[in-house]
Every structure is written in structure tokens, then in C-alpha cells.
Design a binder for this molecule. Structure first.
Ligand code: PLP
Length: 376
């Protein structure tokens, strides 16, 4: 059996090696390493795939969030609502720019924000919401957008884990996660759904003015070379990464299907175990399974993790500490209500290996070991 990894990027690369190597060579031959044609080409391919007017590539997913917030022109001490159960980047940029993160609880089943928790946390200072589409499934965007409209708030979608997922509206129509709010942000970190071979990120929007502003901010606040209208940052996707992403974008749906089938296999085989909760798919979103995250009850999570590791099965805790308990946030964040679900999740979550190259033999072995732990 092939060694089990959380994500097997090498096996994935082997299958498309010729195409990737050619794409990389092509950029090296051209020596257009920065702002080469490959970057514009990838941006336009991604914008067709997502059905969004503008895609602005940038250096990474954290920069994408930062640039999006910088473009809103908020005032110091303005508040931005964000879930407490997420990766640090979602809220880090809020504090970094001098705004106040207001951390709200999430739904136990979906790991995502709820409209009710957001609405309860709104104050006169609230200016924006950052819903995070955690683990591959969209947050309840229709309800989030209704609140945003009612209170006149911006919505910045953190789509770093759900690129490619469809949001399904009540009338049955669909839009890609990340294209419903004011601005969508994503990451091309190697292990993400669409991962490059280094760092990368992108911002998307249908708003022409915001798109222009965000392009400027990502480029030292400049539209015309050596003329700087606002303070910006230097955040670029390089041409080699863009060329790799153009190749991998063609396989994105195939990759989603591979992860989806693997997830169904886990769920079928583990759903009867008492004390173990398998992921629940929401009616309003497709699931692209960036992570396959179980909830392990009765304080057995760490024992299960250790048991799997003894059997050469990696398993990860995303995330062990909710943001409202992180030292970095204690002095700056406001708790937007009760956060007990986030705390419970931090104690229960365990993500199993999930990637496009997981084979049946590996999965049967993992399933067997999980069942053995529960004496099943
Ligand atoms: C990965 C990730 C980011 C940040 O992306 P980087 O490219 O690593 O900066 C932001 N938010 C979430 C939810 C992520 O998973």
C-alpha cells in the first residue's frame, strides 16, 4: 500500500507531469516571470469558471483578504464580523488593519456561520461580514446577504477552502461560492482545492470600481507606473504559478469528484458508529470536501488521533483553538455572543486524509482502523 498522507501532491503531479513541466518551461523560456501573459490568461480562465466579472490574482489568500478589506475604506475601530471557528487568516487581517474583529459562533453540523449569530452580534460600528466557507461547503449566503442588505454591510467571502463549490439558491439557481458577496477571496496554497506549487491567491468581484481599486492596492497603490494614488502593498501571483494553475484548473471538477467519492465512501462506512459524527451535507451547497472532518464525542478525539498515528495514518485537528481564545485576539476582539459551539468543535474535530489520489486500499485500511478503535 502506498504511504497514506493527508494530501498526496506528488501522485497528483505524476499524472499531469508533462503538461505541468511544459507550462513551467514555457514561462522560463519567456522570462516573463512577473506580470507575464500567463497571469492574465489564468485570471480570465478563472473568471469564466466562476462566472464573475473580475479576478485579481495576488500573492496568497491572506493578502487577498487584506486587499479586499483595504478597498472598503473603513475607519479605525469599525467592526467586522467573522466566525471564531476558522483559520487565523480570516480574522487576522481585520486586526492588522486596525479594525475590530467581532467573533461569532458557528453551526455544529456545518461548521459555518449562521444568520442568527451574525445578526445578534451587529452593533452601530459593524461595517462588514466575513463568512468563511469552511472545509468545502458554502456558508448560508442567501441569509447572510439578507442581513447585509438590512444593515448595509459589506460581505467578504473567504473561499480559500471551497473554491468550486456551488451555492444553491431557494429558487434552484446556482452561483459559485465566493461570487455572491461584495468580494470573494481565495488561496492557491499547494494543498488547497486549486493549489499551485508555491504561494498564490486571488480576489473576485462583479463591482468594476472595487476591482480597479483592488488591482491598484495589490500593485503599490498604482495604476500608472511610478504614480501612486493610495498606499498599497506588493502582492502578485507569479507567472510560473499562474501557468501551473491554468493546467490544474482544467482538472478542478475531476478533482472535486474524486474527493467527493472518497468522502461518500468514508461516510457510508463510518456513519453507524456511536460517538462519531460524519460530515453533514447542507441542502444549499454542494460539498467539495477540502477536508473530511469528523466529530469525535466523549473526549476520545485525541486517543483516536494517537491510535491512527500509531498505525501510520495521519489525522489533523482543524482547529484546536477557536479564535476568541487565541492570545493574539484577546486584547482586540469582541465576542459576538455565546461561542460554545466553536469551543466544542475545537475539542471534537478530527480530519482524515482527504485528497484526489486516495485509493480504495488506503481508504479501506483507514476505515478498518477507525472501526477497530471503536471495537466495531
Ligand atoms: C488557507 C486559508 C487562508 C489563507 O491562505 P494563504 O494562501 O495561506 O494565505 C485563509 N482562510 C482560510 C479559511 C484558509 O483555509
Amino acid at each position: 500500500m502506498k504511504k497514506i498522507q493527508m494530501v498526496d501532491l506528488h501522485s497528483q503531479y505524476e499524472k499531469i507531469k508533462t503538461e505541468i513541466d511544459d507550462a513551467i518551461s514555457c514561462v522560463i523560456d519567456s522570462t516573463s516571470f512577473i506580470k507575464g501573459p500567463a497571469v492574465g490568461q489564468f485570471a480570465s480562465e478563472l473568471s469564466s469558471f466562476l462566472g464573475v466579472r473580475h479576478v485579481i490574482p495576488c500573492g496568497n489568500g491572506t493578502d487577498a483578504l487584506q486587499i479586499a478589506l483595504m478597498a472598503l475604506g473603513l475607519k479605525p475601530s469599525d467592526e467586522i464580523i467573522c466566525p471564531s471557528f476558522t483559520f487565523i487568516a480570516s480574522a487576522e487581517v481585520i486586526g492588522l488593519l486596525g479594525y475590530r474583529p467581532v467573533l461569532v459562533d458557528v453551526d455544529y453540523d456545518s461548521f459555518n456561520v449562521t444568520a442568527k449569530n451574525i445578526e445578534q452580534a451587529i452593533s452601530v460600528k459593524t461595517k462588514a461580514i466575513i463568512p468563511v466557507h469552511l472545509f468545502g461547503q458554502s456558508a448560508p449566503m442567501e441569509a447572510v446577504m439578507a442581513i447585509a442588505k438590512k444593515y448595509d454591510l459589506y460581505v467578504i467571502e473567504d473561499t480559500a477552502q471551497a473554491l468550486g463549490a456551488d451555492y444553491i439558491f431557494e429558487d434552484g439557481s446556482r452561483k459559485k461560492a465566493g461570487t455572491i458577496g461584495t468580494i470573494g477571496c481565495t488561496s492557491f496554497f499547494p494543498s488547497k482545492n486549486l493549489g499551485c506549487y508555491g504561494d498564490g491567491g486571488a480576489i473576485f468581484t462583479d463591482d468594476d470600481k472595487l476591482a480597479e481599486k483592488m488591482s491598484m492596492i495589490a500593485n503599490h497603490g498604482s495604476k500608472q507606473r511610478y504614480h501612486h494614488d493610495v498606499l498599497g502593498v506588493n502582492s502578485r501571483l507569479d507567472s510560473i504559478q499562474a501557468a501551473i494553475l491554468s493546467v490544474k484548473l482544467k482538472y478542478l471538477e475531476q478533482y472535486e469528484q474524486a474527493r467527493y467519492s472518497a468522502a461518500q465512501k468514508y461516510t457510508e462506512a463510518l456513519k453507524d458508529i456511536e460517538g462519531l459524527v460524519v460530515p453533514k451535507e447542507q441542502s444549499f451547497s454542494t460539498h467539495v470536501y477540502h477536508q473530511y472532518t469528523l466529530k469525535v464525542k466523549d473526549a476520545k478525539r485525541d486517543q483516536l488521533k494517537a491510535f491512527l498515528e500509531e498505525n501510520n495514518i495521519p489525522a489533523m485537528i482543524y482547529y484546536p483553538v477557536p479564535l476568541h481564545k487565541q492570545k493574539a485576539f484577546l486584547p482586540i476582539a469582541r465576542q459576538g455572543g455565546d461561542l460554545s459551539v466553536s469551543e466544542t468543535l475545537s475539542e471534537q474535530v478530527l480530519s482524515l486524509p482527504m485528497h484526489t489520489e486516495l485509493d480504495n486500499e488506503q481508504q479501506q485500511y483507514i476505515i478498518g482502523k477507525v472501526r477497530e478503535f471503536f471495537n466495531k
